[in-house]
Ligand binder design. Structure first.
Ligand code: ASP
Ligand code: MG
Length: 469
C-alpha cells in the first residue's frame, strides 16, 4: 500500500466548509488506497494576524482581547461547519479554548516585558497551526477514521535555533518521527501534524519560515520514507506563468526538482524555497494538486524531466517590488576583494541580493534587491564605501523596475534561446537594463522597467508556445 504525506495550505483549510472538503479527500484515500499522513497550515490569514498582534502587544495591551475574541469566533465557526458529531465538536472546542487562553497569557507577557524577540514571536505565530490541526483532526475523525494529531514539536521535528527561519536536524528528526509517528501510519491511523512549527534541541518552539508547511511535509515525507508528498493547494499545479498576467497560462504536468526549485525562488507561488531540499536526496516525488479540483493530477516533480517533455523554455515569471542598485568606481578595477567589500556591507545590514551582474571591465556592479530595502542599501553603501580615495565613486539606483525570469532545464546547452528572448523584447520596443545567466543555464533573468514587465512576459510566453503545452 502506498504511503503519502498530504499537506493542506491556508486556503484549503480557510473555512469550515473547506476543512470538510479536506477531510473528504483524506478519508477517500485513507479508506482503501493508501496510508496517509496529513500536514496542515493555519487557517488563511491567521499567521499574518498573529504576527501583527505580536507587534502590537509589545506596545500595549489594548488590542489583545479583541484579537483573541475574533480568533475564537473564527475557529468556532470552522469547528461547527467542519465537524458534525457534537462530541467531537466539544473535544476540539476544548483544545481550542486551552490554546487561546495560553496565547492570551503569552501576549500579555510580551506586553508586560515590552519586548518581542524572534523566539517569542515564533511562539506566538505557532498558535495558527496549533489551532487549525485539531479541527482537521476532528473532521477526519468525523469520517470514522482513526486519527491522532501532533504539534511539529511532539511529532519529533527538531531544528536549529534560527528562530523564524529554522532548518531541521534531519538525523535526529528522522529518528524521533520513526519512533513516534511511523508506527501509527503503519497501523493505518492518520497522523495530523501542524505545519510550520517545530522545536529546537531544548524543546523551545521554532518555525521553519513563511509558507513553511511545505517544508514540514517534505521533512515528514523523508522521515516516514513515503512514496510521494502531495502539496494540496488552490491552483491546479505549477503554471507556465502567472494566469493573472497571461490568460493563456498552462499547467505544467511534470518538472524536475531543479526546475521546481528555480520556480519557487522566482515566486511562482509554488512552494517554500527550501522545501525540496529533503526530498531531493531521497528522490521522493512531490505532487502539487488542487483541493478544489481533485480529479486533476497536478504537477509531478521528480528527479529528471520526463522524456517527452521536450519544451526548452517551461516558464516565465515577473518579480515585482524590486530595485536595481548600481555601484560604480574605477577603484574596483583589478583590486582583489573589492566586490567582497560591497557585499560584506550589504550582508551585514541584512540586505539580500537577488541578482548580480558585472562587466569584465570591473568598474561597475549592478544588483537587484527588494525595493523596500533600497533606502537602507544606498545609505549603508554610501557611508561605508564613498569616503575619499575609496574604491567606490558613485551609488545609483532605479526603483521602477521588474525582473523577468525565463526558466527550463533543457535551456542548458540549447543554442539560440537567449537570442530568441532578446529579439522578442527588442521587437516589442522595450529596453533591457541588466542581464544575468548563471552557468547552470537553467534560467535567464533580466531587468526591464516595471511598466513593461507584463508585456514582456506575455511576448516571451507566446514566442516559446507556452500556451500550447
Ligand atoms: N502558516 C504559515 C504561513 O502562513 C505556514 C504555511 O502556511 O505554510 O507562513
Ligand atoms: Mg501559507
Amino acid at each position: 500500500m502506498k504511503k503519502i504525506v498530504m499537506k493542506f495550505g491556508g486556503t484549503s483549510v480557510g473555512t469550515g466548509e473547506n476543512i470538510r472538503r479536506v477531510a473528504d479527500v483524506v478519508s477517500q484515500y485513507a479508506k482503501d488506497e493508501c496510508k496517509v499522513a496529513v500536514v496542515v497550515s493555519a487557517l488563511a490569514g491567521v499567521t499574518n494576524s498573529l504576527f501583527e498582534i505580536a507587534c502590537k502587544a509589545k506596545k500595549s495591551e489594548k488590542h489583545i482581547e479583541t484579537f483573541t475574541n475574533e480568533l475564537r469566533q473564527k475557529h468556532a465557526e470552522a469547528i461547527s461547519t467542519a465537524i458534525s458529531s457534537k462530541q467531537i465538536q466539544e473535544e476540539v472546542s476544548q483544545i481550542t479554548e486551552e490554546n487561546i487562553a495560553e496565547l492570551e497569557k503569552v501576549l500579555t507577557g510580551i506586553c508586560y516585558v515590552g519586548e518581542l524577540t524572534p523566539k517569542s514571536k515564533d511562539y506566538v505565530v505557532s498558535f495558527g497551526e496549533r489551532l487549525s490541526a485539531p479541527i482537521v483532526w476532528g473532521a477526519i475523525k468525523d469520517h470514522e477514521i482513526e486519527t491522532q494529531w501532533f504539534t511539529g514539536k511532539d511529532a519529533g521535528i527538531v531544528t536549529d535555533s534560527n528562530f523564524g527561519d529554522a532548518d531541521p536536524l534531519m538525523n535526529f528528526t528522522t529518528h524521533l518521527i520513526r519512533e513516534r509517528v511511523a508506527p501509527l501510519l503503519e497501523k493505518g491511523v492518520v497522523p495530523v501534524v501542524t505545519g510550520f512549527i517545530a522545536a529546537n534541541q531544548d524543546g523551545v518552539v521554532t518555525t521553519v519560515g513563511r509558507g513553511g508547511s511545505d517544508y514540514t511535509a517534505t521533512i515528514l515525507g523523508v522521515a516516514l520514507h513515503v512514496d510521494e508528498v502531495w502539496i494540496w493547494t488552490d491552483v491546479d499545479g505549477i503554471m507556465t506563468t502567472d494566469p493573472k498576467l497571461v490568460a493563456d497560462a498552462r499547467m505544467l504536468p511534470q518538472l524536475s526538482y531543479q526546475e521546481a526549485a528555480e520556480m519557487a525562488i522566482f515566486g511562482a507561488k509554488a512552494m517554500h524555497p527550501r522545501a525540496l531540499g529533503p526530498v531531493i536526496k531521497e528522490e521522493i516525488p512531490v505532487r502539487i494538486r488542487n483541493v478544489f479540483n481533485p480529479t486533476n493530477e497536478g504537477t509531478l516533480i521528480t528527479k529528471e524531466s520526463k522524456a517527452g517533455t521536450f519544451e526548452v523554455v517551461k516558464a516565465v515569471a515577473m518579480i515585482k517590488d524590486v530595485a536595481m542598485l548600481n555601484v560604480n568606481g574605477a577603484g574596483m578595477v583589478g583590486a582583489p576583494g573589492s566586490y567582497a567589500k560591497v557585499f560584506d556591507v550589504l550582508g551585514k545590514n541584512k540586505i539580500n541580493v537577488m541578482m548580480i551582474s558585472t562587466a569584465v571591465s570591473e568598474a561597475n556592479i549592478s544588483m537587484v534587491i527588494k525595493r523596500s530595502l533600497l533606502g537602507r542599501a544606498m545609505s549603508t553603501l554610501e557611508i561605508a564605501l564613498l569616503e575619499r580615495g575609496g574604491i567606490v565613486s558613485e551609488v545609483t539606483a532605479e526603483d521602477d523596475v521588474a525582473v523577468v525570469a525565463v526558466m527550463g532545464a533543457n535551456m542548458k546547452g540549447t543554442l539560440g534561446i537567449a537570442s530568441k528572448i532578446f529579439a522578442v523584447v527588442a521587437n516589442a520596443g522595450i529596453n533591457i537594463r541588466m542581464i544575468a545567466q548563471g552557468s547552470s543555464e537553467l534560467n535567464i533573468s533580466f531587468v526591464v522597467k516595471e511598466k513593461d514587465g507584463a508585456a514582456v512576459v506575455e511576448a516571451v510566453h507566446k514566442e516559446f508556445n507556452l500556451d500550447k503545452i
